[in-house]
Design a protein around this ligand. Structure first.
Ligand SMILES: Cc1ncc(COP(=O)(O)O)c(C=O)c1O
Length: 399
């Protein structure tokens, strides 16, 4: 399906559907008339196969306690094997009601109150909250930012691990909002530090399927031939891939038997082992039949990104659209462009945009915004035009 056909068939106006992105504008920003470029979900209907499977299930009319059929594990494993060389054994898989809930459960299962958990900032803000709200010590290590590109600072990471006796590392891979798809060498280095210092790694791989430009997503569990399996727990789901967030269905993959035992002991206390039937049905249909739809989505996001980067950087000296190897959520460095009014005043009041602000992800990132590109190209164009229209007033002298 070409891009125009995809947009004709799948783009929807979500206003008035109780969606956070549009209908939550007033609550979040105090202004319901902003152009919504925030919240990490898509403006696209999911693929036909998922809608069909959900309708069939709804027509059955019973939503009682359910089992996970064998075919679910087969379909999931085949998706992971075909795309990432990581066949997933049924025995390794547990379920959670979303990846953030999964992180919270891992914190409870594997750490104690007061233990240190490390994150690499800027990172998706629930990574911060899920640590502090569960009475763990939050250890933040900044990624290195260099001209629109983020990398890990291994020396600082190791020092933070040692100084704080870090017990758990919450890794984001691909990284939201740094836009990086970590290379195997990078993962190898950070995982080696964790292994050396007995740090358990919870790898949130929810964005695994949103990857561009020939970049290769490497599941942490497979790094260096599986060398780190005894310290890695993987969280993923089809929710970013197929736009299914509120079906609250995600995977916890624990390849190591001892870690599984610890988790299962904890989970027995949760008394919550059933899965979301609609989440399961949708995920299975997506993994079976959704790949073509996903290809079209990736094309739309990528084209939106190229337009954003070329236009904004071309016309607005000093603006930097960060590299987007994965996710649909690039950071934009506007520090040189917002002038004396400040970022929020500039973005919300002048440009009338609703975005995620850099400081939500890490204190140092004031002056950055994150823009959601899984959306109508016309919205991206409008957002860029608003930034260009308003910013020249405040372009610092000499730019
Ligand atoms: C890295 C990351 N993890 C988790 C989530 C949310 O996952 P869930 O809705 O399954 O809790 C997001 C959503 O943006 C995300 O970017």
């Amino acid at each position: 399906m070409d891009k125009e056909e995809f947009l004709r068939n799948y783009l929807v106006d979500r206003r008035g559907t109780d969606c956070s992105k549009w209908d939550g504008l007033e609550q979040k920003f105090g202004d319901k008339d902003l152009l919504a470029m925030w919240v990490a979900d898509m403006e696209f209907k999911t693929c036909d196969a998922i809608v069909k499977a959900l309708k069939e299930r709804a027509d059955h009319g019973v939503f009682g306690y359910s089992l996970v059929p064998e075919e679910y594990y087969d379909v999931f494993s085949r998706w992971m094997e075909r795309r990432y060389g990581f066949p997933v054994d049924k025995e390794w898989v547990r379920f959670s009601t979303g990846c953030v809930a999964g992180i919270s459960w891992m914190i409870h299962a594997f750490t104690r109150s007061g233990d240190a958990c490390m994150i690499l900032t800027p990172v998706y803000y629930p990574f911060h909250n899920v640590v502090t709200n569960n009475n763990r010590k939050l250890v933040k290590v900044d990624l290195i930012y260099d001209d629109g590109y983020f990398t890990m600072d291994y020396e600082v990471i190791e020092k933070a691990v040692v100084d704080n006796q870090v017990k758990m590392f919450l890794m984001c891979s691909p990284h939201n909002p740094a836009g990086r798809v970590w290379k195997e060498e990078e993962l190898d280095r950070v995982l080696a530090i964790c292994k050396k210092h007995h740090v358990l790694v919870v790898s949130d791989e929810i964005h695994q399927d949103i990857v561009f430009e020939g970049k290769r997503f490497v599941p942490a569990t497979t790094v260096s031939g599986g060398k780190y399996q005894d310290i890695v727990i993987t969280l993923n789901s089809a929710s970013k891939t197929f736009n299914l967030a509120t079906l609250i269905h995600s995977h916890i993959i624990i390849t190591d038997e001892k870690l599984r035992e610890v988790y299962d002991r904890f989970a027995s206390g949760l008394n919550r082992t059933e899965i979301s039937i609609m989440g399961m049905v949708a995920t299975m249909a997506g993994y079976r039949h959704g790949e073509k739809w996903l290809e079209s989505v990736l094309e739309v996001i990528h084209d939106n990104y190229v337009y954003l980067k070329e236009t904004l950087e071309g016309k607005l000296p000093g603006a930097r659209v960060c590299a987007l190897e994965g996710t649909y959520l690039p950071m934009i460095d506007l520090r040189a462009c917002v002038g004396s009014v400040g970022t929020q005043e500039f973005v919300q009041k002048r440009c009338r945009l609703a975005v995620d602000y850099g400081e939500w992800f890490g204190e140092k990132y004031q002056g950055f915004i994150r823009m959601n590109l899984a959306t109508d190209p016309a919205y991206v164009k409008e957002a860029v035009e608003r930034i260009l229209r308003n910013s020249f007033l405040d372009i610092p002298q000499g730019l």
